[in-house]
Design a protein around this ligand. Structure first.
Ligand SMILES: Cc1ncc(COP(=O)(O)O)c(C=O)c1O
Length: 284
């Protein structure tokens, strides 16, 4: 039987993946001018923390000076409709993208933004990664407009290319000039030292998973958002990454230096289990 193509929403229409086309003059394509958000589903297709993702999408747009003419309510309805068109019993990834639209002169905003909603089957990371933990590399970079989830992932693509060659699951942005650790290319970062949990402060993407984990951590341990220095990453007792699809991924090596005893730590495992309970509760 022929595999059903995913159905996307694009500028007012539902179209099959192979028919979803945008203009080469789209500011997203031509100049990388646009924002997006990335949402997973659980529990038979319910988008996880959707309202928070849509709030962040709006904030990202504000930061780059793009006005989103659709209310979050309208976007939510469009997402639900797109999910319905793709219903096949599997959990999904939702990518919502808003760009500056089709430009007339290559730099001015188009008359209306481009809006795309892509829905496709969610692929989980192998269970073995969560059991054994992963290696990460560091990558020297200070993101532009770090609080915006903009389309500019140039350094992320470059860093992940290097990471893959080194058999690392993620690259963590550090900035040597300022002695700072920020986040992964597609994840937030947590470090644990002597029973205290830290996550790098403000100059990072406000991760939706990070916010949830912060609240879980606070129930059990002193938990802070603060500037994290590069040494603190290498000398941590435990390190983990968080992101919508990765959830909580333990890190056991940074640039080949072993973290803790080289295995996912006890606090990380406890937070992973609390996270799972929250997801399973369905109270979100
Ligand atoms: C730079 C960056 N930081 C953090 C995250 C994690 O964000 P969230 O937990 O909302 O998925 C992502 C997600 O892709 C990201 O791209």
């Amino acid at each position: 039987m022929k595999k059903q193509e995913p159905i996307y929403y694009l500028n007012g229409k539902f179209v099959a993946k192979s028919k979803a086309k945008i203009s080469l003059w789209d500011l997203g394509f031509l100049r990388g001018y646009g924002v997006f958000d990335y949402i997973v589903t659980y529990k038979g297709g319910k988008p996880f923390l959707l309202k928070k993702h849509l709030k962040r999408l709006n904030n990202s747009a504000k930061i780059i000076g793009l006005k989103i003419p659709w209310s979050s309510n309208t976007l939510e309805k469009l997402i639900v409709k797109t999910l319905f068109k793709n219903k096949n019993g599997k959990e999904k990834i939702i990518r919502i993208i808003v760009t500056g639209g089709e430009t007339m002169d290559g730099i001015s905003l188009g008359s209306k933004p481009t809006l795309a909603i892509m829905v496709y089957d969610r692929k989980r990371y192998p269970a073995s990664l969560y059991k054994r933990g992963v290696n990460v590399i560091t990558f020297n970079y200070n993101r532009e407009s770090p609080q915006a989830k903009s389309l500019n992932y140039i350094q992320a693509v470059k860093a992940m290319n290097i990471a893959k060659k080194k058999k690392a699951a993620e690259a963590v942005y550090v900035y040597k000039n300022l002695d700072k650790v920020y986040e992964g290319t597609q994840s937030s970062l947590f470090i644990i030292k002597k029973g205290t949990i830290f996550t790098p402060d403000g100059e990072t993407l406000p991760g939706i998973t990070r916010e949830l984990i912060n609240n879980i951590c606070k129930k059990f341990y002193p938990t802070f958002m603060k500037e994290v220095k590069i040494d603190e990453l290498f000398n941590a007792d435990e390190v983990f990454l968080s992101a919508s699809n990765k959830e909580i991924l333990p890190v056991v090596k940074v640039d080949n230096k072993v973290i803790g005893n080289g295995k996912p730590g006890d606090i990380t495992k406890q937070i992973m289990s609390e996270f799972r309970k929250f997801v399973e509760s369905g109270r979100w």
